[in-house]
Design a protein around this ligand. Structure first.
Ligand code: NAP
Length: 525
């Protein structure tokens, strides 16, 4: 069974609507929604940001065969809207549009591209609330986190609007006196960007910002679970003057869209954020046309709490690193390794902090933990908990579905986890904090590196020599020292080992969308 079909069968049941839907029927009548969701949808609609069609060559379009997919609110199961279920034909047209626009967009001056991006940033910020509401409705994260994501997502547009003007080449001292050797940096061309549901805005802007800044054009495929935020952001890009065809959005049949992007010789770069399994497929599929590839894949972050840690700092940092987005981030602390001398004290303080997390619908102000994305995600958490308890771990807090029903799960702490358990070996992607005791620094580093993943790691210690030593020994792309939230647009984000290739954000992030061209000018003597 194809991966996409299996995901839908397990996670979505009968979400596909095979018959053609008219434009007016795509948005579900507000009277069918809860009061909060209805009011939020009304606000988004009034701002003109409830887009429910794909974007190809600057036009809002349906799937050519009229098929649609339901977008659901994971907190309530309500259907928010139906969006087109597109496939290879729509993707080919989006690629053609991006390809023809590349010639004009890449010829603009850096300053002209920068101005359009800056305007896009301003529009995102001025529509912060509507975008955050959309995100909370389709993804489930609490409004406070959604507002944080809008700021974070927008920051990549602002940063790369500025960086567009700093794409410098080089002049190399020649080896012969009548020659001059130059290096130009030029945009790679059409980019295919495939993004996940857990950060519906930021995972797109982290790719599209640098791509557009250096003159590339893009075909974005957001997750089928969270297309509405992507479409609203694309609408704002058009309003900002980013030309028709520079940014296209298609969604629906992921393998078909992915294959169309992979097979096209016009697509010169694939940038992907998502699971390691799909990332490997895309990497293999890029070989045939030798595309440039960037991959931001799954993590298995260790969070090491040493005996000499400040316990308050360690609890606050590991709580933030673990429970953001209900444990559904690639940099979430997946394994909390705690040194024996502090284990009991840390566990007690940590459990108390976890007990203070309020589970609920993200639209409610007091909520700090929203639902998981779907039923399949809850089943995965249940499987990991069953596996751990059958092998000797003890549930110290939570450990079951939340009484709110749907895909809500209780914030959970599991003690005495060991390296033969799924909780140690794989990403749980849910609100479960496994505590793992260790004796020595060497043992902790060994356990931390005992995985194929290498995205984020965290350490808590008051010792400066130890913080250097351990940071340098960790086989990870990102290390937080006495801090649980470390992502920012100005620093390079990305993993080593099977967590990915390339970096996003920062001055390094733009290189992923550039090619070097060497020019040798001869006979100048
Ligand atoms: P996923 O299943 O790999 O999906 C990611 C994207 O790939 C979605 O748009 C999905 O489409 C699409 N896709 C699925 N199968 C495809 C195929 N055969 N060809 C082309 N595209 C395909 O991952 P997810 O469940 O959405 O996201 C969670 C994962 O992302 C976790 O492992 C997390 O660690 C990782 N992640 C990594 C980072 C990072 O920066 N390293 C950041 C965030 C998340 P549909 O959704 O429409 O099926």
């Amino acid at each position: 069974m194809a991966m996409m079909t299996m995901r839908r069968a397990v996670a979505l049941g009968a979400r596909h609507i095979p018959a053609a839907a008219t434009a007016s029927s795509r948005v579900v009548p507000l009277r069918h929604m809860s009061a909060d969701a209805g009011a939020a949808m009304e606000k988004i609609r009034a701002a003109g940001l409830l887009r429910t069609q794909g974007l190809i060559a600057g036009k809002w379009v349906d799937a050519y065969d009229g098929k649609t997919i339901e977008v659901q609110n994971p907190a309530t199961g309500e259907v928010l809207a139906n969006v087109p279920c597109m496939g290879s034909r729509e993707t080919s047209d989006a690629i053609a549009s991006a390809h023809s626009t590349f010639y004009s967009w890449s010829k603009l001056t850096a300053s002209e591209r920068s101005k359009a991006l800056r305007k896009w940033y301003d529009l995102i910020i001025s529509h912060k609330e509507e975008l955050a509401l959309l995100m909370t409705l389709e993804q489930g994260k609490p409004m406070k986190e959604a507002l944080g994501e809008v700021n974070y997502g927008a920051s990549f547009i602002e940063y790369f609007a500025e960086e567009a003007k700093r794409i410098y080449g080089d002049i190399i001292p020649p080896t012969l006196s009548d020659r001059r050797l130059l290096v130009l940096k030029q945009p790679v061309g059409v980019v295919g960007a495939i993004t996940p549901w857990n950060f519906p805005l930021a995972m797109i802007t982290r790719k599209v910002g640098p791509a557009l800044a250096c003159g590339c054009t893009v075909v974005v495929k957001p997750s089928e679970f969270t297309p509405l935020t992507a479409l609203a952001a694309a609408d704002l890009a058009l309003q900002a003057g980013i030309p028709a065809g520079a940014l296209n959005v298609v969604m629906g049949n992921a393998p078909e869209i992915g294959d169309a992007l992979l097979q096209s010789t016009q697509v010169r770069k694939i940038t992907f954020t998502g699971s390691t399994a799909v990332g490997k497929k895309l990497m293999a599929g890029s070989a045939n046309t030798v595309k440039k590839v960037s991959l931001e894949l799954g993590g298995n972050a260790p969070c090491i709490v040493f005996d000499d840690a400040d316990i308050d700092v360690a609890v606050k940092g590991s709580l933030a690193a673990k429970f953001r987005n209900s444990g559904q981030t690639c940099v979430c602390a997946n394994r909390i390794l705690v040194q024996e001398g502090i284990y009991e004290k840390f566990a007690t303080a940590f459990i108390k902090a976890v007990q203070s997390l309020k589970v609920g619908n993200g639209l409610e102000e007091s909520t700090s933990q929203g639902p998981l994305i779907n039923e399949a995600a809850v089943q995965k958490v249940e499987k990991f908990i069953n596996d751990a308890t059958s092998k000797g771990a003890n549930v110290m807090l939570g450990g079951k579905r939340h009484s709110l029903g749907m895909s809500f799960y209780e914030p959970t702490v599991v003690g005495n986890v060991s390296n033969d358990m799924l909780l140690f070996r794989e990403e749980v992607f849910g609100p479960v904090a496994p505590l793992i005791p260790f004796k020595t620094e060497e043992e902790a580093v060994h356990m931390a590196n005992d995985t194929n993943a290498g995205l984020a790691a965290y350490i808590f210690t008051k010792s400066i020599p130890r913080s250097w030593r351990v940071s340098e020994s960790l086989e990870y792309g990102l290390v937080g020292v006495n801090e649980g939230i470390i992502s920012t647009e100005v620093a390079p984000f990305g993993g080593v080992k099977q967590s990915g290739l390339g970096r996003e954000g920062s001055k390094y992030g733009i290189d992923e969308y550039l090619e070097l061209k060497y020019i040798c000018m001869g006979n100048l003597g």
